[in-house]
Design a protein around this ligand. Structure first.
Ligand SMILES: *Cc1c(COP(=O)(O)O)cnc(C)c1O
Length: 233
């Protein structure tokens, strides 16, 4: 388990790389949010990274998210994994952003939960912010809607009360050059933004490719191992 000093220096190293990549692309550091993906690391690790000054954390399983959120306060949570409809109530209202809306039925379930008051607080919650996940690399092993279905899905999601669709997310195929995949998602975002001005975010890039993603326009990168070290099995 990484100690605080180690986390602090890894976070600083990632920050320097983010800054350099943004500068190469003529962008500013503040245009990119780093989500620290803490899946399979304990709540103590999240607490340490929070103490080191990091605030945005990502999880990919609803149960694990709930457990950690119950034990660490002050975190801005992101949900980045596949979401089942029956797990929606664990996530809505608890997370700042759901990155992985890949079908209309899921969006409808999230919207219904948001209108009902989030995770059982009984009070009206603000719109649940979401991204539409696109399988921009046409990889059958990766989640996300097909590129050709993205515009219709975004248009459908926008119609739902209780949701705010703020952009797109993708996970590129492994072992291939991710740059064309990132460029494709950006092109899709640019087309959609011309019709729907609130569609601005591009969640793309992980430990192995976040600098390329930033060069291609990422506004959110999801970085795990570069911050936390090798992930436990
Ligand atoms: C695990 C995960 C990440 C982070 O992966 P690293 O290689 O550890 O940076 C990012 N996005 C998603 C969707 C993930 O599941």
């Amino acid at each position: 388990m990484p100690v605080l000093s180690e986390l602090t220096s890894r976070l600083a190293a990632v920050d320097r790389r983010v800054t350099a990549a943004a500068e190469r692309a003529g962008r500013t550091r503040s245009a990119v949010t780093v989500v620290a993906v803490s899946k399979r690391f304990g709540a103590d690790v999240v607490r340490s990274a929070l103490r080191a000054g990091h605030t945005d954390f990502g999880e990919s399983r609803a149960q694990e998210l709930r457990r950690k959120a119950a034990s660490v306060g002050g975190v801005r949570w992101h949900f980045v994994g596949r979401l089942q409809r029956n797990k929606v109530s664990d996530v809505v209202g608890l997370v700042s952003l759901v990155h992985s809306v890949d079908r209309l039925e899921l969006a409808e379930a999230i919207a219904a939960q948001a209108r009902a008051g989030g995770t059982g607080t009984g009070t009206a919650t603000p719109d649940q912010r979401v991204l539409v996940q696109v399988n921009a690399g046409d990889d059958p092993r990766k989640g996300g809607c097909r590129v050709g279905d993205a515009a219709a899905l975004v248009a459908g999601v926008r119609e739902l009360d209780g949701l705010a669709c703020e952009g797109l997310m993708t996970v590129p195929p492994m072992g291939e050059d991710p740059r064309p995949v990132f460029a494709r998602l950006r092109g899709l975002r640019d087309d959609l933004r011309a019709r729907f001005p609130e569609v601005v975010q591009l969640s793309m890039g992980m430990t192995d490719d976040f600098e390329v993603a930033i060069e291609e326009g990422a506004t959110i990168v999801r970085v795990g191992e570069a911050i936390f070290g090798p992930r436990p099995a």
